[in-house]
Design a protein around this ligand. Sequence first.
Ligand code: GLU
Length: 457
Amino acid sequence: MTVTVRFAPSPTGRIHIGNARTALFNWLFAMNNKGRYIQRFDDTDVVRSTQEFADSILYDLHWLGIFPDVTEYQSRRFEIYDAAVERLKAARVLYACYETPEELDLRRKVRRTRGQPPVYGREALTLTPEQVAEYESDGRRPHWRFLLPNFTSDPLQPERTEVHWNDLVRGEETVDLASLSDPVLVREDGTYLYTLPSVVDDIEMGVTHVIRGDDHVTNTGVQIALFQALGAEPPVFGHHNLLTTVSGEGLSKRTGALSIESLRGDGIEPMAVASLAVLVGTSENVTAAHDLGELAGHFDPAATSKSAAKFDPDELFVLNRALMHHMPFEEARDRLIVLGISGDRAEPFWLAVRGNLDRLSDAVAWWRILSDGPQEAAEFSGEDRDFLHQAFDLLPEEPWNGTVWKDWTGKIREATGRKGKPLFMPLRLALTGRSSGPELADLLPLMGREGTLARRP
Ligand code: GLU
């Protein structure tokens, strides 16, 4: 069977790096298994979900290099879920409940004081037809619960019932169905909670592997029971650890913190985001992979830690610099053109500056420095000014060859007796206006003799 995975966010906000981790785990798993990747939008909450958010999620995924084989929207599939509801009702494993949230709350409190687990006691199963009729005539609408298979013959006598699965990430997992409340699948107003549409779609779409955050581990016990109630073989499950901020807080789509959009805006490369999103919180070293194919080679779900992974945005810049440092000109060329960097000098310029960039757009400042001169004139002491006058007088005539910088500074050293920092720093400041930056040996030929002389203080 073709390996089929899905990434199933609710389109209720922009995705963040933690969501990207889930998407990439699925994508890389599909890549490594020659599988299919379904982009599924869990948008049954039609009030909070929007097409704009779905589109923005697709955009962010494309930016990361994820191109789904299929895109599906749950909001277009209600009839399929309605049919599944009818099947579950016919099998008598979906039952109507009339409690209000306040009544449920009170019951939970009573159970706690009696030392019983605060799970739903299935009181709705004991309602007489008269009681049901009374509720209905009072205008109450039922919500519908799935009867968990945690009893032998009497649902009011649940027994420990273990559901096991071999998790791709966590290994052997067990959930006791007697420790859970029968989940509500359909609300009073007929809308669906996430559980049923998710399982129905996983069945209908032939999903073989469900890879998602470990906040869903308990759901999996319920969902396995639901797969079985719908006559389907459950897929393989994998639950990866979640990312938190450095201070340990969870990430939320709502706050926009560490959204893919904001990282893109900060000039972070997609592969820096992808590399960190995938490798943080695993036993692999976090290094910048050049493309998703390379990252797939480092990806092993079983190498993921079980505890939450702290995510430090500063690490993104470390990876970004590493990517810049090695980026071939061919890869940068078009993006540089967009930034106004083109022509014969573009390639040697790129090779000269890439090792000094935090982000690609920082190249613009260096291009300006080379084309128009230092953006801020440096202040020099009288002594340094005299030194520089002497130095600029020694600038070799053109044509220049690859050793012009060495030749020039050799002459300066000889004439002035200066060497090391006292020689190089005033030159760097005069030529670039900055105290650090790319090798001057690489920059000088890009300025040319005339351009260099124009920088004489
Ligand atoms: N919509 C669910 C979520 O975003 C999907 C969970 C799943 O992958 O099953 O948490």
